[in-house]
Design a protein around this ligand. Structure first.
Ligand code: UDX
Length: 436
C-alpha cells in the first residue's frame, strides 16, 4: 500500500519507518526541513532502540522517503496524521493547531476514497469535527490511536497489544476498517485484537488508558506517603497487592513519579475536556493523581536535604539520571531533571549524568553541570541521588565501586531500584521512597 505520515516527530518518525518495515511504500512529511534532512540520511532525531535499523533498511529499500512538501503525499491510500498535541501554554487543554494545520494542508491532496487516519492524542470530539471537513472531498476519516511507549516504540508499533480504529457508520466505515486491516497486515495475521469503534470511543480509549496508567502510579505513590508515616515498605506492599491478578504488579513502581511527553499532559488535557463537557466531576480524581505525582518530587528533594542534615548548600550532589525514564533521551517534564533543578536551586553543586539524555537536558537547563561518564560524575560526591532507573545504575553499579569514588556514602534512591540491603551492607546510608 501507499502510505503517508504527516508529522515526523516521535510518533510519526517511528510510524513511518515501521510502516516501511512491513512492506508499505511510505512518504513521511514534516515542516521542519532539518528533521527531514536528518531522517533522509537515516539519522533518527532522537534516541529510540531499533529505530536507526528500520530507518536505514527502509531508506535503502527505496520504500521510505521524507519530504517537506505535502503534495508528495498525493496518491497515498492512507494518510496518517501524527503531529503533536502539546499542552497549551498557561492552560491544561491540548493545543490542536498542528492537527488543524495538517488537515488543512492535506485537503487539496485528498481524492475521493482516500483514508485519513488520525493517530495524534486529541480531546474527545475532535475526530467528529475533522470528519466533516474530510468527507467534503469524499475521503474518510478514521481514528487510530497510538499506544507506543518510548524505548519500545518500534515493537509497540509493529506488534501492538491491540489496534483500535474509530470509524464512521455505513459503507465508508466498513471500507475504512478493511483498509486499516490491510495496513496492519502483519499484526492482523498475528491475531492482534482489532477493535472497531465509533470516533469518540477510539479517542477516549487513548486518554483513558493513559489516565488509568497515571492513576495506578499515583495510587502506589499515595501508598508510599502512608508507608512513610507508618514504617511500612511500599515495594513489599506493591509485590503483595500486585500478586492479585486483578491488580497486577506492573505500573506499581513507587518513586518520583511519572513524567514525559504523554501522561502528564494527557491527564491535564482530559480534565480540561471533561470540564468543557460539563463533566469535570467525573475525572476530578485526576487532579489528585497529578498532585500526588508532583509531591513525590518534593519528597525526593526533602529526603536529600534531610540526609545532609538539613542543607544541601554547597554540597556536591551527583544526580544519576536526567531522562524521564530509562531507554529514552526524552527530558520533557522529566521528574529526574526537576529534582536536579530544585536541588541546584537550594544551592547544591549538582552534577548530572545520564547515558542518553545529557544533550537534551543541557538545552533546557544549562545551569546544571553535566558529566557524560558515570564514574567521573560520582567522584567526590557528598550524596548520590538516583532518579532514572537505567541499568547503568540499577544493575551495573556496585556499591563498592561507587564507595571508592564518592566522599560521602549516602544514596537517595528516587526510583526504589537499588537493592537497599546490599548497599547498606557496603556501608552506605540508603534512603528509598516509601521505605523505612
Ligand atoms: C506512556 C504510555 O505507557 C503509552 O502507552 C502511551 O502511548 C504514551 O504514554 P511513555 O510516556 O513512553 O508511555 O512512558 P511510560 O513507560 O508509560 O512511563 C511514564 C512515566 O511513568 C515515566 O516517567 C516512568 O518513570 C513512570 N513510571 C512508570 C513510574 O513512575 N512507575 C511505574 O511503575 C511505571
Amino acid at each position: 500500500m501507499r502510505v503517508s505520515v504527516i508529522g515526523c516527530g516521535y510518533l510519526g518518525a517511528v510510524h513511518a519507518a515501521a510502516m516501511a518495515s512491513i512492506g508499505h511504500d511510505v512518504i513521511g512529511i514534516d515542516v521542519d526541513a532539518r528533521k527531514v534532512e536528518s531522517l533522509s540520511r537515516g539519522e533518527a532525531p532522537f534516541f529510540e532502540p531499533g529505530l536507526p535499523e528500520i530507518l536505514g533498511d527502509g531508506l535503502a529499500s527505496g520504500r521510505l522517503r521524507f519530504s517537506t512538501d505535502i503534495a508528495d503525499t498525493r496518491g497515498a491510500d492512507v494518510h496518517f496524521i501524527a503531529v503533536g498535541t502539546p499542552q497549551l501554554p498557561g492552560a491544561h487543554a491540548a493545543d490542536l493547531q498542528y492537527v488543524d494545520a495538517a488537515v488543512t494542508a492535506l485537503m487539496p491532496v485528498l481524492r475521493p476514497g482516500d483514508i485519513v487516519a488520525g493517530k495524534s492524542t486529541v480531546p474527545v470530539g475532535t475526530a467528529a469535527d475533522l470528519a466533516v471537513r474530510i468527507a467534503s472531498v469524499g475521503a474518510t476519516l478514521v481514528w487510530n490511536p497510538e499506544f507506543l511507549r518510548e524505548g519500545w516504540a518500534v515493537q509497540d508499533t509493529v506488534s501492538p497489544d491491540r489496534i483500535v480504529v474509530g470509524v464512521p457508520a455505513g459503507d465508508a466505515g466498513v471500507h475504512a476498517q478493511a483498509m486499516l486491516r490491510q495496513v496492519y497486515h502483519t499484526a492482523v495475521a498475528a491475531d492482534t485484537p482489532f477493535l472497531t469503534t465509533d470516533y469518540a470511543t477510539a479517542e477516549l480509549v487513548k486518554v483513558s488508558a493513559n489516565a488509568f496508567l497515571a492513576t495506578k502510579i499515583s495510587f502506589i505513590n499515595a501508598m508510599a506517603e502512608i508507608a512513610e508515616v507508618t514504617g511500612a515498605d511500599v515495594t513489599q506492599l506493591a509485590d503483595a497487592i500486585g500478586l492479585d491478578e486483578r491488580i497486577g504488579r506492573r505500573f506499581l513502581g513507587a518513586g518520583i513519579g511519572f513524567g514525559g511527553g504523554c501522561l502528564p499532559k494527557d491527564i491535564r488535557a482530559f480534565s480540561a475536556r471533561a470540564e468543557e463537557l460539563g463533566k469535570s466531576e467525573a475525572v476530578a480524581f485526576l487532579r489528585e493523581v497529578d498532585a500526588i505525582n508532583l509531591r513525590r518530587r518534593d519528597r525526593a528533594v526533602q529526603l536529600t536535604v534531610d540526609a545532609l542534615d538539613g542543607s544541601v548548600f554547597n554540597k556536591r550532589v551527583t544526580v544519576l539520571g536526567a531522562a524521564f525514564k530509562p531507554h529514552s533521551d526524552d527530558v520533557r517534564d522529566s521528574p529526574a531533571l526537576d529534582v536536579a533543578v530544585r536541588l541546584h536551586g537550594l544551592g547544591a553543586q549538582v552534577t548530572v549524568t545520564d547515558p542518553a539524555a545529557i544533550e537534551n537536558a543541557r538545552l533546557i537547563h544549562p545551569q546544571l553541570t553535566y558529566v557524560a561518564d558515570r564514574d567521573d560524575a560520582l567522584r567526590a560526591a557528598d550524596i548520590v541521588v538516583v532518579v532514572t532507573e537505567w541499568d547503568e545504575y540499577r544493575r551495573q553499579l556496585s556499591p563498592e565501586q561507587a564507595a571508592a569514588l564518592v566522599s560521602g556514602r549516602v544514596v537517595v534512591d528516587g526510583r526504589n531500584c537499588l537493592d537497599a540491603a546490599v548497599w547498606r551492607a557496603s556501608g552506605w546510608t540508603y534512603y528509598g521512597m516509601g521505605r523505612p
